[in-house]
Structures are given as structure tokens and as C-alpha cells.
Design a binder for this molecule. Structure first.
Ligand SMILES: Cc1cc2nc3c(=O)[nH]c(=O)nc-3n(C[C@H](O)[C@H](O)[C@H](O)COP(=O)(O)OP(=O)(O)OC[C@H]3O[C@@H](n4cnc5c(N)ncnc54)[C@H](O)[C@@H]3O)c2cc1C
Length: 385
């Protein structure tokens, strides 16, 4: 079967699954800020969240091209993949840098969906984007590490069994280099809750299941250290391209949803005796958003192709994320404007998707930091921070 036919089948299967989770489902959850348990279970059962886990570990062994098709279709159907997208890519750090024993121990179960590994503890309240300044420490004590500190915006921690945690194992002033001294651990939150780990939900403008987590003398077996102590920053960075490409694909799906919704409404809604979409003042913003979405989509595909080929895709992954997040946000704004007052009504789902897609110019990396990356690493401009 050609790649094209296989991708078309995957898209079709995701669309069919998402059809069981219509707007009413998401609206009810949104009101309660509740987790889409049934939706995540259905995606897991279908094997979509194990797309990037190789077959030898029980995953679907699909390409990045297939993974982006899955995320895009979920969003384009009006669903919200943010509830579980990290299950797809967080395991990448373990896959690339974990020992054979760790991979055999965790990956087949992660591929089945139990345990879930979809919590990623990097951001802290004081350091923010400046990851190298993080303050959470992990100190070796016999065959354990003792972890103290705090993370913020650790999304899905309440709906995940495992967490990938970045903590400092060597004080900054004693580290061999600027980027050394941080280490990555797999934390089994089922064991740690109530034994040094506390999770507190943060209510946000959209239904995102995000939290802050506190570590107080939390003990993590030394066997759960991934790779070498002190090299964790490099391991985390290596996973960020996949995250950016997949989230860019979600933004493309969102943009398509907003554009379709706006175009069909503009064709139907009659004011002053003609469809509003007959006015260029209404049709041009939709066309402009379509052009921006298509351009971003090409960059997402370029980044995914480079990733698949094992080539450096740092610039393309960042540019894809930037263009796609801007395109989805512009399309969201346009969609509200096209619907006039109805854009604000809950039952149209636009205001919900508008809130959901707003996140992506801030997280997982904010616009300014993408621009800095391109300025410094592509254009050779002086480092600004
Ligand atoms: C809903 C949600 C879910 C999240 N999920 C996770 C998660 O699961 N795991 C996780 O680890 N993190 C998560 N994050 C954190 C997210 O990655 C950060 O919020 C994001 O990277 C921005 O960091 P910050 O909030 O600390 O902003 P700050 O670093 O405080 O920055 C604030 C603003 O200043 C700008 N800025 C900062 N420094 C510079 C500079 N040198 N030059 C120019 N501009 C600058 C930034 O671009 C930003 O606009 C999540 C965040 C949110 C809101």
C-alpha cells in the first residue's frame, strides 16, 4: 500500500472515531473542566496514541507523517487532542535515551495505554522559559534520588501514571558547562502521590487539565534515571522538535475547522438580502486565513519529512510551530468575526475552540523564543539571552 493510501486510511479512521465525540460532548466537559476520559480511551484502543512507538515495543510504528495526520484530523473534527497529545511524544526521550531494560519495562505498557506517560515536568514558576535556571533538585541517596522543588503547568498530571521530570542533579556553579547538571527521570506518580508528591489543578481559560506539582523529599529509584546523570537538558531538547511538529499539526487542524465553519456560515447567513459571504469584506479574511493555513501546512510537512529522514529539523520545527500557531489564532479570530454575535454563543463551539487554540502562541514555546531561535541559529545574529 502506498504511503498516500495508508495516510488517507488513517485520516478516515480518525474522522470516524471523532464523529462519536461531537460538540455537545466537549461542551459538557468544558463547563465542568472535566477530562475527556472516553475520548482518550477510544484513541488509545485504536492505537493512535502509540503511533510513534516502534512495533517491537507493541506500538503502531508509524511515521511522523502519520502522527501529524492523526493530530490534525482530531482538531479538524472539533475535538481537543491537547488532552492526550503528550502520550504520543513524551515517550520519545525514553525511546531515544533510555536503557534497553527501561524501554522493555515501560514502552509496551505505554503503547497499550496503561500506564499513561503524558505528564512532562519542565516549567517552573520562577525560571519560566529559562529552563537552565530551574530549581528543582534531585540528590542521590543510596539507590534513590531525593527530589525537592516545584513545577508549574504540568498538564495532565492527574490523568497520567508516569511523569518525565527534569531536575538539577549538580548545582549550577559546579556544573561542567552551562547546559550540564540537569537530569531526566521517570517518576511513577502512582507510588509518589502522598509520598512527597502533591498535585494541584490550575483552572485555566480552557479545559486543559493543567496543574502545579510540589516535591517534598520525593524518592525516585536511581534505576529511573534516563541516560547519564547531568545530560538531561540535551535529552529534553531532542524531544522538542517532535512536540513542536505535532502541536503545529494540531494548529493546522484547528485552522481548518475555523475556516470550514466560517466559509459554510458565510455562504448560508443572509443579511441585507444576500449571503454575507458575497461581501468581499467577509470573504477576503476567510481567503487570507486559508492561504496562511496552507503555507503553514507546507512547513509542518517539511519539518515532519526532515524529522522522518533523521535530519536536523530544529529550524523547520520551530517555524512550523510558529506559522501554524499564528494561522490557527488568526483563523479563530476571523471565525468569530464572520459569525458576528453567534461566534460568542457556546452552542456553536467557536468560542471554545477560540480559547483552546489561543494557547499555542505561548506553549509549548512562545513566539518570541521561536523568533530568537531563528535569529540566532539560522541568521547568525547575536545571542539575546
Ligand atoms: C495551559 C498550559 C499548559 C502547559 N503545559 C506544560 C507542560 O505540560 N509541561 C511543562 O513543562 N510546561 C507546560 N507549559 C508551560 C509553557 O511551556 C510555558 O508557559 C511557556 O513556555 C512560556 O513560559 P512562561 O509561562 O514561564 O513565560 P515566561 O518565560 O515568564 O515569559 C513570559 C513572556 O515573556 C517572553 N520572554 C521571556 N524571555 C524573553 C526573552 N529573552 N526575549 C523575548 N521575550 C521573552 C515570552 O515569550 C513570554 O511571552 C504549559 C503552559 C500552559 C499555559
Amino acid at each position: 500500500m502506498s504511503d498516500g493510501a495508508e495516510l488517507a486510511q488513517i485520516r478516515e479512521a480518525v474522522r470516524a472515531l471523532c464523529a462519536d465525540f461531537p460538540g455537545e460532548y466537549w461542551r459538557a466537559l468544558d463547563r465542568e473542566r472535566a477530562y475527556p476520559e472516553e475520548f482518550v480511551a477510544a484513541l488509545t484502543k485504536a492505537g493512535f496514541l502509540a503511533a510513534l512507538i516502534p512495533e517491537q515495543y507493541g506500538g503502531s510504528g508509524l511515521t511522523m507523517g502519520a502522527a501529524i495526520a492523526i493530530m490534525e484530523e482530531i482538531q479538524a473534527a472539533g475535538c481537543n487532542g491537547a488532552a492526550c497529545h503528550a502520550q504520543m511524544y513524551t515517550m520519545g526521550t525514553l525511546l531515544r535515551h533510555g536503557s534497553a531494560e527501561q524501554k522493555a519495562r515501560y514502552l509496551p505498557d505505554i503503547a497499550r495505554g496503561t500506564p499513561r506517560l503524558q505528564a512532562f515536568g519542565v516549567t517552573e514558576p520562577t525560571s519560566g522559559t529559562d529552563t537552565l535556571s530551574l530549581r528543582t533538585t534531585a540528590v542521590r541517596d543510596g539507590d534513590h534520588y531525593v527530589v525537592n522543588g516545584q513545577k508549574i503547568w504540568t498538564s495532565r498530571a492527574e490523568h497520567s501514571d508516569l511523569m518525565l521530570l527534569l531536575a538539577r542533579t549538580t548545582p549550577r556553579e559546579q556544573a561542567a558547562s552551562r547546559t550540564a547538571g540537569l537530569s531526566v527521570f521517570i517518576v511513577d506518580m502512582r507510588e509518589a502521590k502522598g509520598h512527597g508528591l502533591t498535585i494541584r489543578p490550575i483552572r485555566t481559560m480552557m479545559n486543559h487539565a493543567t496543574t502545579e506539582v510540589f516535591f517534598e523529599n520525593m524518592r525516585v529509584p536511581a534505576a529511573n534515571l534516563i541516560g547519564n546523570e547531568g545530560e538531561g537538558f540535551r535529552y529534553i531538547l531532542s524531544g522538542m522538535n517532535a512536540e513542536r511538529i505535532l502541536i503545529a499539526a494540531e494548529c493546522i487542524g484547528d485552522a481548518k475547522w475555523f475556516i470550514d465553519k466560517a466559509a459554510s456560515y458565510a455562504g448560508e447567513r443572509v443579511v441585507f438580502g444576500r449571503p454575507i459571504g458575497q461581501n468581499q469584506g467577509v470573504q477576503f479574511p476567510i481567503a487570507r486565513c486559508y492561504i496562511a493555513m496552507r503555507a503553514a501546512e507546507l512547513m509542518v510537512r517539511e519539518a515532519a519529512a526532515l524529522y522522518e529522514a533523521g535530519q536536523d529539523c530544529g529550524a523547520e520545527a520551530n517555524m512550523a510551530k510558529h506559522l501554524a500557531a499564528e494561522a490557527s489564532w488568526a483563523a479563530a479570530d476571523m471565525c468569530v468575526q464572520t459569525h458576528g454575535g453567534f461566534g460568542f454563543a457556546e452552542e456553536f463551539d467557536i468560542e471554545r475552540k477560540f480559547r483552546e487554540t489561543r494557547l499555542y502562541t505561548v506553549a509549548p514555546i512562545s513566539t518570541n523564543l521561536v523568533l530568537s531561535y531563528i535569529a540566532e541559529h539560522v541568521l547568525g545574529l547575536p545571542r539575546s539571552y
